[in-house]
Write a protein that binds this ligand. Structure first.
Ligand SMILES: [Zn+2]
Length: 260
């Protein structure tokens, strides 16, 4: 059986082995044991399992494979399909992809041999969000156009959409007035909704609403079209995500590194 996905987690094991986690094309997480995966050895083989690399793994026929619900699969052959070159040389970009990968691990289901269906593309929207996010983040670094909060904003909006928890950006959650026609709107992260400032007295966040709508329409490759973003607004979406999944931002280690 052959699996394909992006490396989102890796742990060295024993002297030269590696246990990696992939977000696979079907949107599920897959765990693999890679003999000699750390590289090195007599021939100083480089590792192909950098974070963010797209790899293809063929697994060994396992004697144990009749056991249902087995999570860790042993790789027989593996091959790198794509690798981001610039991300690991930019500390902010690197923390950003670490945050993406941590976020993914908070909700993604794990593939289990013999009990999950690999061909079932139920969650492939999530894979398309993360693979596009990585590819165009790398592209922005090559073109020297990288702005961290711009990418984070796009990623969060597209992710929330695919998770089906995108806040309603059309009408006030109390009086149903069209938010675009209201002079002031405010975001209520606990409800995942916006309200007009007639109903709720709070800071006017109309700009934030407009940028959410814009992010929703902007393709990853057009990231430059999304202007006016900042970390505070991207943070509101992360806080909202955490609220939905009953997490605290300190559960996300790279959050602290990025939002210092
Ligand atoms: Zn209202």
């Amino acid at each position: 059986m052959v699996f394909e996905g992006l490396v989102i987690h890796k742990v060295p094991y024993k002297e030269r082995d590696l246990i990696i986690k992939l977000i696979m094309r079907n949107g599920l997480l897959g765990s693999f044991y890679i003999y000699g995966g750390q590289g090195g050895g007599k021939h100083h083989k480089p590792t192909i399992f950098e974070l963010g690399s797209m790899v293809k793994i063929m697994i060994r026929e396992q004697k144990m494979s009749r056991v249902e619900g087995q999570e860790l699969m042993v790789a027989q052959e593996s091959q790198r399909i794509w690798e981001p070159q610039s991300i690991r040389h930019d500390i902010q970009a690197f923390y950003l992809i670490c945050l993406y990968f941590e976020v993914l691990q908070k909700f993604s289901m794990t593939f289990q041999l013999n009990s999950s269906d690999y061909e079932q593309p139920e969650h492939d929207g999530v894979f398309s969000v993360i693979s596009n996010a990585l590819f165009h983040l790398e592209d922005s670094l090559i073109k020297k156009q990288f702005v961290a909060h711009q990418h984070l904003m796009l990623f969060m909006v597209k992710l929330l959409f695919h998770l089906g928890i995108m806040p309603d950006t059309d009408s006030c959650s109390y009086c149903s007035v069209d938010l675009m026609e209201s002079s002031g709107v405010t975001f209520l992260p606990a409800n995942g909704q916006f309200a007009c400032t007639q109903c709720v007295t709070a800071e006017n966040e109309k700009g934030f609403l407009l940028r959410i709508k814009k992010s929703y329409q902007t393709r990853f490759q057009d990231y430059l079209d999304l202007s006016g973003t900042n970390f505070q607004e991207a943070d509101k979406l992360i806080q909202y995500f955490c609220h939905q999944y009953q997490l605290k931002t300190f559960d996300l280690k790279s959050y602290g590194l990025l939002f210092r």
